[in-house]
Design a protein around this ligand. Structure first.
Ligand code: GLP
Length: 241
């Protein structure tokens, strides 16, 4: 339905317009996760576009992780959350792009003194004030991850500024992170984490640690997360030097 609508004229190239139109379809759940997109040939015919244009638009969305392709079977709206590792996006942005409803439940949203371990990781002087967030991240009712974030209070003076999205709060203060270092490690989810994530104890999980930076090199966040291994795929593009 939405595919036939004129996707607008802001972007000059047909494949970018189509890419945006398909992204809209996914965001609005006009095609549900796991369901197939019309074939390249049908899309090209119905929209009066060339096959090359359609293929290019689809390839871009596969790269973004919104679509998956199965050889010989076609193109599907991704069921698992496929997260390109090279893009510095937030949980909220990743979920919204898939038509999901991001939500947080906070265990902690307060301010305190940096611990020695945090001050090392964040390159902060001992004793400075930091905001701490400890929350379960949901898509609707489904828990996906547990996150503990630490942010220097000089950048985010009041934890209550984080309504749901940390990056939105940082963006409003002009300190959205620009670069990040991220470490992924396979873990078995312990009983406490498993209970919060509604999976069995010792299910597979990913422990992710992210340190993000401002342009001037200051650390904005130090976040330790536990993601459900049964839902997330992390994908990276690799190049030779
Ligand atoms: C991801 C990252 C975290 C980051 C968070 C921000 O989950 N792993 O390091 O803090 O996104 O998301 P949001 O802006 O939704 O709070």
């Amino acid at each position: 339905r939405r595919l036939s609508r004129d996707p607008g004229t802001h972007q000059p190239l047909a494949y970018l317009r189509l890419r945006r139109a398909i992204r809209n379809v996914i965001e609005h759940r006009d095609i549900e996760p796991g369901h197939a997109l019309p074939s390249e040939r049908d899309l090209a015919r119905v929209l009066a576009l060339s096959r090359v244009t359609v293929r290019k638009a689809i390839a871009g969305l596969v790269e973004e992780g919104l679509l998956t392709q199965r050889h010989g079977a076609g193109t599907f709206v991704a069921e698992r959350i496929i997260k390109p590792m090279s893009r510095l996006t937030s949980f909220t942005e990743d979920l919204r792009a898939r038509g999901l409803n991001p939500r947080s439940e906070f265990f902690e949203r307060g301010i305190g003194e940096v611990t020695p371990e945090e001050s090392m990781a964040m390159n902060l002087s001992p004793g400075v004030a930091v905001v701490r967030l400890h929350r379960v991240r949901y898509a609707g009712d489904e828990p996906l991850a547990i996150e503990r974030s630490v942010v220097p209070a000089i950048l985010l003076p009041d934890p209550m500024l984080v309504d749901d999205s940390l990056y939105e709060a940082l963006e409003k203060r002009g300190c959205r992170p620009r670069r990040a270092l991220q470490r992924l490690r396979a873990v078995l989810l312990n009983a406490q984490h498993a209970r919060l994530l509604h999976v069995a104890t010792n299910s597979a999980g990913l422990s992710i640690e992210r340190r993000s930076f401002l342009d001037d090199g200051r650390v904005v966040e130090f976040t330790s997360s536990w993601y459900r291994g049964d839902i997330y795929d992390f994908v990276a593009e690799l190049h030779t030097d």
